[in-house]
Design a protein around this ligand. Structure first.
Ligand code: FMN
Length: 193
């Protein structure tokens, strides 16, 4: 079968099932809508000098989610990396809560103040990036947030010779719907010269 993306249900259905596994940014922020914590799998690294990550919550203008609303106001956020031990807590924070209800409390995780930016971060996360907003744009019905990573927290036991060892991280990726993938099953390939 082939055709435009709508042929396969919806563009979202097709792309989210084929572009897998997607890393998950567990974004903590603070702003007009209070302290906030929510997962986003439309997320990646887009540049390294300076280091820039991008998160793309669906919704623009008045339909913006709390995370972009906060980030646009404070120009700051933290990306907490989701690992196997935190995946259920992460999932809890995707719920729509009543105003005033805390996602940190609901998920049973601790908000601690970021070191370099005006945002909370998740104390239990093994890796967190503190970001300042470098650019934002509305595209395809989403609000793209580009964040420069200005400070990082990495648990000491994930480091080998001062560098983050991916085999120790136990990161989780999102597939489609309620499916997730762990990074425990992996293999190594030599790159051709
Ligand atoms: C693993 C996972 C990934 C998600 N990725 C996205 C995403 O990329 N974009 C989006 O708009 N919502 C995504 N969501 C849904 C948001 O997390 C959800 O709408 C959340 O309530 C938004 O919170 P906020 O309004 O506090 O910002 C995802 C949910 C889960 C569980």
């Amino acid at each position: 079968m082939d055709g435009p993306p709508e042929t396969f249900g919806s563009p979202y259905r097709l792309l989210s099932a084929a572009v897998v596994p997607r890393p998950i940014a567990w974004v903590s922020s603070r702003g007009p809508r209070g302290e906030n914590l929510a997962p986003f799998s439309f997320f990646n690294v887009v540049a390294i000098d300076p280091p820039i990550v991008m998160v793309a919550p669906v919704g623009v203008g008045e339909d913006r989610k709390d995370t972009p609303e906060n980030v646009l106001a404070t120009e700051a956020f933290a990306v907490n990396v989701v690992t196997g031990d935190l995946v259920e807590a992460m999932n809890e924070t995707a719920a729509t809560l009543a105003p005033g209800e805390s996602e940190f409390e609901r998920a049973g995780v601790t908000a601690v103040e970021a070191t370099a930016v005006d945002a909370p971060r998740v104390a239990e996360a093994h890796v967190s990036f503190e970001c300042t907003l470098s650019e934002s744009m509305e595209l395809g019905g989403s609000t793209l947030l580009f964040g420069e990573v200005v400070h990082a927290h990495v648990d000491d036991d994930l480091l080998v010779d001062g560098k983050l060892d991916v085999t120790k991280l136990d990161a989780v990726g999102r597939l489609a719907g309620g499916y997730y993938a762990s990074t425990r099953d992996r293999y190594h390939l030599e790159r051709p010269p």
